[in-house]
Write a protein that binds this ligand. Structure first.
Ligand code: SF4
Ligand code: SF4
Length: 431
């Protein structure tokens, strides 16, 4: 099916998983039949209703590019706006009858153009977690200390954070809880003690997300308690997700291969690897796609992906929580809004809260998490407002999320527009 006119040398991913099986980039984008059904659910199209900002427009751009009918360049402002504005939320895929992975196509276009959408300091800092975890830890602690001594507040007062190079700092400051406590102080003493007395082999591995490790120790603690004991906790371990989305694919692959090797060395690769972040889950279950075209790794990646679990697999939901308050599920995630964790999460909340669980249509705008506010300075406020409007309209009091980062994003908005509600990770649903 590949057109003889296409240039495959630009492709970064060898194969993309499509509804028709593994396909190369051109075949994957060619399945888009331009029906336009995806446009109304795209959060960016809702704000900027233009063909170029619709999922269909993004797919057509890629197709024309691969057919060498256009020559994109970083100097083209319209093109940059189109590529930067996608939140990678995957809502278009959910709506599409052909399951076209538009978010993956946008990512490929960014990689082909070497377009970095995160502020450069933030990008370099976050990359340290994978390459130099010790240095990352030092810089993160320094940042926490400077925040504690009100440096960011001083920068805000002096309006330094209004400069485009520092806008992300104000967003980060709003996002973080007042007190940031790294995980080890409150959580690792418990883990160390448990490990000392463990005589049986581990039952599973817990890979805490960046936010659980650095900002939300309660999320790590509650996840740890849910899991079958003894639990092996892998600290300071990057999955490669960040590099896949914001860095480069080669680096992401290196981190992923390192993780796969470590998993294989631990109890012969038979242990389930559990994450509290839906984004990490969706990335790791794509290990086969990420390492496609590398014969030595493809099969190992698929075996590894089969062992990835999201925390909802271990969340019991047998009895009702005595509550009259309405609750909602916030499905914000990268790439996908459908599949096992989403179905499980709905079932769990429905069992726990009965008719107080408000089922929302996915055409309502929700949070395209994973730090969208850092990349979409100009549009984030509009997306934020639509999200909170949905919660206020249904008089919801608790919003459950599938990642700690989505809960942080959501709480930042709620504090600003609808303080009657609060957001929590779904592992806290029974507390
Ligand atoms: S991505 Fe899917 S829904 Fe959107 S235009 Fe293409 S085929 Fe239609
Ligand atoms: S991934 Fe989200 S933002 Fe991007 S085109 Fe699809 S719906 Fe729009």
């Amino acid at each position: 099916m590949t057109s003889p006119k296409t240039d495959t040398s630009m492709h970064q991913l060898h194969q993309i998983h499509t509804a028709m099986g593994e396909r190369n980039l051109y075949d994957s984008v060619s399945y888009c039949n331009r029906c336009g059904m995806c446009a109304p659910v795209c959060p960016i199209y809702q704000i900027l209703p233009r063909e170029t900002t619709s999922p269909r427009g993004r797919n057509q751009l890629l197709r024309l590019w691969l057919e060498q009918k256009i020559k994109p360049s970083l100097a083209d402002k319209t093109l940059l706006a189109l590529l930067e504005s996608c939140t990678l939320c995957g809502r278009c895929k959910q709506m599409c009858a052909g399951d076209i992975p538009t978010a993956e196509h946008v990512l490929e276009m960014r990689r082909m153009l070497r377009l970095s959408v995160l502020p450069s300091f933030l990008q370099s800092f976050l990359q340290l977690r994978g390459s130099h975890p010790f240095l990352f830890s030092l810089v993160a602690r320094l940042g926490i200390f400077l925040r504690k001594v009100h440096l960011i507040q001083i920068m805000r007062t002096l309006r330094i954070t209004r400069l485009s190079a520092f806008k992300w700092l104000a967003r980060l400051d709003d996002l973080l809880p007042e007190q940031v406590v790294p995980l080890e102080r409150k959580f690792f003493p418990v883990v160390k003690q448990a490990a000392r007395f463990a005589v049986t082999p581990p039952a599973c591995i817990y890979l805490p997300s960046l936010e659980a490790e650095w900002i939300l120790p309660q999320l790590a603690r509650d996840t740890y308690k849910l899991l079958p004991q003894p639990v092996l906790v892998w600290r300071h371990t990057a999955s490669g997700l960040f590099e896949y989305v914001y860095g480069d694919l080669a680096r992401s692959r290196r981190l992923l291969c390192r993780l796969i090797e470590r998993h294989e060395r631990t109890e012969n690769g038979k242990l389930p690897l559990v994450t509290d972040s839906i984004d990490v889950y969706l990335f790791l279950t794509r290990a086969g796609q990420v390492l496609s075209g590398q014969p030595a790794w493809e099969e190992r990646a698929r075996r590894f992906a089969a062992q990835i679990r999201f925390v909802t697999d271990y969340l019991p939901a047998t009895e009702k929580v005595p509550s009259r308050q309405r609750v909602q599920l916030e499905c914000g995630a990268l790439f996908e809004r459908q599949g096992k964790p989403f179905t499980q999460a709905r079932q769990i909340l429905s069992t726990l809260f009965g008719k107080n669980f408000v089922q929302c249509s996915y055409t309502d705008t929700d949070i395209p998490a994973f730090g969208y506010g850092f990349t979409l300075h100009n549009r984030a406020a509009e997306i934020d407002f639509k999200t909170v409007a949905k919660i206020a309209r249904t008089k919801t009091k608790s919003v459950f999320t599938l990642s700690g980062l989505a809960a942080l994003e959501m709480n930042r908005l709620l504090k600003q527009f609808y303080p009657a509600a609060e957001a929590k990770h779904i592992v806290h649903a029974k507390r």
